[in-house]
Design a protein around this ligand. Structure first.
Ligand code: B12
Length: 212
């Protein structure tokens, strides 16, 4: 938490104005953008998750914190995108069917774009057919899937199976992620790769395409 304590507290409380002001302050002070995200915002969301689990807060408060984080990300996103111009590859990403969590997936998208990938984001609650249809249309190098609920994880192997049936499974690399997802699960469902966070998602994507 350290230097971003005020920011973390504001996101945890869902105080949008304060959080946005703190984020701007950190940017103006020249703080590392990745540290603002990791130590300021993500640590706040972890705290929110814990409080939710313990029944200290409920869905509306969690949503408010999520909205607060998204508003802060709006300031950080353009800074993440600075730098590289050439495209490292095409990524198709979405949150799987039945799942509405998109903060982590958006973060992965932003980081991928920041690293020079061209990203097509299908949004949330994406059924296997939609992944297949878009993959046929844009011919991505990587298909990324996000799931935050243990109940929506099975949509990942279902999507992989749909890709296989349509004959494109071998033409793409499949990456998966989200809080309940593990490397072991990725192996089980025969995904090509798993990453625990947005930073390592970029490193994994580069590794998969041999561009690291
Ligand atoms: C915010 C939030 C919500 C918001 C979502 C808003 C939004 N726009 O996303 C709202 C309020 C809508 C919500 C709803 C629900 N939620 Co919720 N939510 C959370 C919370 C607090 C934070 C999630 C988050 O954004 N984390 C921050 C991001 C940055 O982390 P992340 O998503 O893990 O992503 C990182 C990595 O996983 C990885 N990653 C993510 N995706 C991908 C994809 C790829 C390809 C790769 C490589 C990597 C990768 O990189 C990301 C960045 O570093 C978590 C608790 C937690 N700490 O995870 C609960 C949590 C996920 N929710 C939970 C639950 C139960 C629900 C509800 C069922 C609650 C209810 N009773 O209604 C509903 C389900 C709605 C639905 N159908 O999806 C549980 C899930 C338990 C489980 N294991 O199944 C959790 C864990 C809370 C808890 N401790 O109980 N939620």
């Amino acid at each position: 938490m350290s230097q971003f304590k005020q920011l973390t507290e504001a996101v945890t409380k869902g105080d949008i104005n304060k959080a946005v002001a703190e984020t701007q302050g950190a940017i103006d002070a020249g703080s590392n953008v990745q540290s603002i995200i990791d130590d300021g915002l993500i640590s706040a969301m972890d705290e929110v998750g814990e409080r939710f689990s313990k029944g200290i807060i409920f869905v509306p408060q969690m949503l408010r914190s999520a909205k607060t984080m998204q508003e802060c990300m709006k300031l950080l996103e353009p800074l993440l995108k600075e730098g590289e111009v050439t495209t490292k590859g095409k990524v198709l990403i979405g949150t799987v069917k039945g799942d509405l969590h998109d903060i982590g997936k958006n973060l992965v998208s932003m980081m991928m774009e920041g690293a020079g990938f061209t990203v097509t984001d299908l949004g949330v609650d994406v059924p296997p057919e939609k992944f297949v249809q878009k993959a046929q249309e844009i011919e991505p190098d990587i298909v990324g899937m996000s799931a935050l609920l243990s109940t929506t994880m099975p949509a990942m192997p279902q999507t992989i199976e749909a890709l296989r049936k349509s004959g494109i499974r071998d033409k793409v690399k499949v990456m998966i992620g989200g809080a309940p997802v593990t490397a072991k699960y990725a192996q089980e469902i025969k995904a090509d790769s798993y990453a625990p966070d947005a930073g390592s998602a970029v490193a994994e994507a580069k590794k998969l395409l041999g561009t690291s």
